[in-house]
Design a protein around this ligand. Structure first.
Ligand code: CP
Ligand code: NVA
Length: 313
């Protein structure tokens, strides 16, 4: 049984294959083969979502399957039914599961207890569907029209990640960046270094770290091929909002910072954005921003992930 809980659950060869399949799904939307025909996939959310929820729902439908939307609050799991029992029961009905949750361990327990593929739709630890999509979106620009070269086009590229360098997206860049051979330059306030969990995961996967951490945003952005940021207050961090907005101010991605990156550098953001906080409105809406390509590509890349998992059952 294959799962996609973290970036390193796919080998480099599989990632390359997913990119090619996603490009095919994108250009041939509406003519794709029904990889999930007669299947029902559960989409279980413990947290809010716009892009992930809709792109998975539409994606399962476009692959010939039926998405079953599940809000955790409406289920017995919110009244104390165990994760393991929930996974065992749902495995009797469904063919796969997409889950957005708080603790990453819930995904692991669900995958271990059930008997269907599980996809991480964001946990406090990682957001691998977003990372994979971001790499696909960047590669579209680096190797236009050559999906078979997408993976190779990323190797050795410098990515700057500014702001909350301890969040799930930053962790995904630390882990996924090491797997794909990117140079990941993180810049955020002192105390926001990548934590023990992601360092331990690198070790477990036998990957040498390819990230650096600095409190100097200019140093991180210098010579970057892509500048990335995420919200300063991730879901669940609301109590720290005032403190975060204050300490992360120097890491706002604005024109001045963008001018230190390569002239060809792209701006990326997983969205939702808060213009005026982590990114200035002119950069977000400017000519180097490819944030809506990222949002669109969630659909195509996730369809490729689902088809890949369904075919490797
Ligand atoms: N980027 C992302 O995952 O967006 P949503 O929270 O809207 O799903
Ligand atoms: N780091 C953000 C990502 C949202 C898509 C969060 O977890 O809220």
């Amino acid at each position: 049984m294959r799962h996609f809980l973290k970036e390193t659950d796919f080998t480099a060869a599989e990632t390359a294959e997913v990119f090619v399949r996603a490009a095919r799904m994108k250009s041939g939307r509406g003519t794709e083969s029904p990889a999930l025909a007669r299947q029902s996939w559960g989409l279980l959310f413990f947290k809010k979502s716009t892009r992930t929820r809709v792109s998975f729902q539409v994606g399962v439908h476009e692959l010939g399957g039926q998405p079953v939307m599940l809000n955790a609050d409406d289920m017995q799991i919110s009244r104390g039914e165990t994760v393991a029992d929930t996974a065992r029961v749902l495995s009797r009905y469904l063919h796969g599961m997409v889950i957005r949750c708080h603790e990453h361990s819930l995904l692991e327990e669900f995958a271990a207890s059930g008997s269907m593929p599980v996809v991480n739709a964001l946990s406090d630890f990682l957001h691998p569907c977003q990372f994979l999509t971001d790499m696909f979106t960047l590669a579209e620009r680096l190797a236009p029209g050559r999906p078979e070269a997408y993976l190779d086009s990323l190797r050795g590229r410098k990515v700057a990640f500014l702001g909350d360098t301890a969040c799930n997206m930053a962790n995904s860049f630390v882990l996924g960046g090491a797997a794909l051979g990117l140079e990941v330059a993180l810049a955020g306030p002192a105390g926001y270094e990548p934590g023990e969990q992601v360092r331990a995961q690198l070790k477990k996967d036998g990957l040498a770290p390819t990230f650096s951490f600095s409190v100097d945003p200019a140093a991180a952005v210098k010579g970057a091929d892509m500048v990335y940021t995420d919200v300063w207050v991730s879901m669940g961090m609301e109590a720290e909002k005032a403190e975060r907005l204050r300490t992360m101010q120097p890491y706002q991605v604005n024109q001045k910072l963008m001018s230190l990156a390569k002239p060809s550098a792209w701006f990326m953001h997983c969205l939702p954005a808060h213009p005026g906080e982590e990114v200035s409105a002119d950069v977000l809406q400017g000519p180097r921003s490819i944030v809506f390509d990222q949002a669109e590509n969630r659909l195509h890349v996730q369809k490729a992930v689902l088809a890949h998992l369904a075919s490797s059952r």
